[in-house]
Design a protein around this ligand. Structure first.
Ligand SMILES: Cc1cc2nc3c(=O)[nH]c(=O)nc-3n(C[C@H](O)[C@H](O)[C@H](O)COP(=O)(O)OP(=O)(O)OC[C@H]3O[C@@H](n4cnc5c(N)ncnc54)[C@H](O)[C@@H]3O)c2cc1C
Length: 451
């Protein structure tokens, strides 16, 4: 899963001392389960506010999705803003949206603290696979005027000026969205957390918890912990400590790759330096290291070998950008995201002293940052804004049947998006033919009048 090229390969801030396992029984204020983005941010924020915090990680820091993101930091959630609104209404959506922007601002601020080269480029383009100019205007108004987000609408010509493909139509440009080196950010969080006093134990799975009393008990293979608060940030892998919670997440493996250097032909085809993602959530890509293409696309609800998805990713790149030809890939990898049934993250207190931060889906950078802050504020300042997420309660994801259904939905969504795209491109060609026919007719009429 790693090589000199993958986002996992960063060396700048990694812990080189080897894993430190928990072997002695300990008493702490807070126990965080999981050293991904969510767990580390919560731990960092709690330690900064004076808490004695321990993080227990089954594998190693950034073992799963958090060690391998494409690094796009945007406002919002995995669920489209219109869907959030229809569920919780305008006012709550506006508050939730403001929180998502706070999450993105936190990542930028932290990345700046970690080093001037960690935030890499600005801007993200959300491109449409279909011709939806009218809908776009409504959305822009809402995001810009009602939710105070920096956005601009790009017409088709402008999109195609920077992305040489006929697959994309309009786009929403987020000029203040940005890209970071995701892996370095994650390991940087671990460094900051340790500096703030957090003790991180790796290769230390939490096998059970007893969250009943004031002092909660946490059991690991070699030692026990007692804590006043537990933060469950184990994503889909949490397992036995809370089966009920794990069962509310549909595991989705997302596969990604980075290409060999492509030279100047890449800039001729993709002249946009930020991230690009389509509105159907299918493709997500950006240029890295000057002339390499980083791309994530296929998804499965079972664990697949990333190597086996090389061809799928290559085909996908070729479908969108035929001018690039067959793109040689240097490396592929995957990570599992936890998808909730309603599409929103799980942030909040399950029972007194038992907190959850999971279900961040494809958009985990700003939302995990937000979760860490909300939970720290909830524990220490009795700030109950985490309750804004209460309408998105824990819903069983359907077990095995849910996974099969999930795969069908993934396939169906992609199929539907592809069909809609074909139709949109056909309409575009038909309109161009019609314009050409009218121009010919007008020219013929002018000839007749002259005679
Ligand atoms: C290919 C890919 C690209 C992505 N790109 C982006 C992007 O560009 N922008 C963006 O915003 N998001 C992106 N995401 C999504 C983002 O990476 C995730 O939403 C985020 O990393 C989830 O973080 P997490 O901390 O909840 O989970 P995880 O990263 O899964 O961390 C959970 C940790 O908990 C540990 N754990 C679980 N159970 C236990 C236990 N019982 N005991 C001890 N430890 C336990 C696990 O070992 C794991 O390390 C991407 C995801 C993928 C897969």
């Amino acid at each position: 899963m790693t090589s000199a090229l993958s986002p996992d390969a960063t060396t700048a801030v990694q812990n080189t001392a080897g894993p430190r396992r928990l072997t002695l029984d300990t008493d702490v204020d807070i126990c965080v389960v999981g050293a991904g983005l969510a767990g580390l941010t919560a731990a960092l924020e709690l330690a900064r506010k004076g808490m004695d915090v321990v993080v227990l990680e089954r594998e190693h820091v950034g073992w799963n999705a958090s060690g391998h993101p494409l690094g796009t930091v945007m406002p919002g959630y995995g669920l489209p803003v219109g869907d959030i609104m229809s569920r919780v209404g305008f006012d709550t959506t506006r508050e939730l949206w403001a929180l998502s922007r706070r999450g993105a601002a936190y990542v930028r601020h932290t990345a700046e603290q970690l080093g001037p080269d960690l935030a890499l480029s600005d801007g993200a383009l959300e491109v449409s696979n279909v011709d939806i100019g009218d809908q776009l205007i409504g959305r822009l108004q809402m995001l810009g005027e009602d939710f105070g987000t920096d956005v601009e609408g790009w017409q088709i010509e402008r999109v195609r000026d920077v992305l040489k493909t006929r697959r994309y139509f309009h786009a929403v440009h987020y000029p203040t969205a940005f890209q970071i080196d995701g892996s370095r950010y994650l390991h940087g969080l671990a460094v900051l957390a340790k500096a703030a006093g957090v003790r991180i134990f790796e290769q230390t799975p939490v096998v059970s918890i007893d969250a009943g009393g004031i002092r909660k008990r946490i059991v690991t293979p070699a030692a026990r912990l007692r804590a006043s608060h537990i933060v469950l940030a184990g994503n889909v892998h949490l397992g036995s400590p809370s089966r009920r919670l794990t069962d509310t997440l549909l595991p989705v493996w997302r596969y990604a790759a980075v290409s060999e250097p492509l030279g100047e032909r890449l800039a001729e085809v993709i002249a946009f330096q930020g991230s690009v993602m389509d509105t159907d959530g299918i493709d997500h890509f950006r240029i890295v290291q000057g002339d390499r293409l980083m791309w994530s696309s296929p998804e499965t609800t079972w664990s697949g070998n990333p190597q086996r998805f090389r061809r799928t990713i290559q085909r996908r790149i070729r479908t969108i950008f035929p001018a690039l030809g067959r793109v040689p890939l240097a490396e592929t990898w995957s990570g599992v995201i936890g998808q909730t049934v309603h599409g929103m993250p799980q942030i909040g207190q399950l029972r007194r002293g038992l907190w959850v931060a999971s279900g961040f889906g494809r958009q985990g950078l700003n939302t995990t940052a937000l979760a860490g802050q909300l939970i720290a504020d909830g524990i220490l300042l009795r700030d109950d804004r985490w309750r804004l997420f209460a309408p998105f309660e824990l819903v069983w994801a359907g077990g095995r049947v849910g996974r099969v259904a999930g795969q069908v939905v993934v396939g169906w969504t992609r199929g539907r998006a592809a069909t809609a795209g074909v139709l949109a491109r056909w309409r575009e060609r038909a309109a161009a033919r019609e314009r050409a026919r009218e121009a010919r007719l007008a020219a013929a009429n002018r000839q007749v009048e002259i005679r």
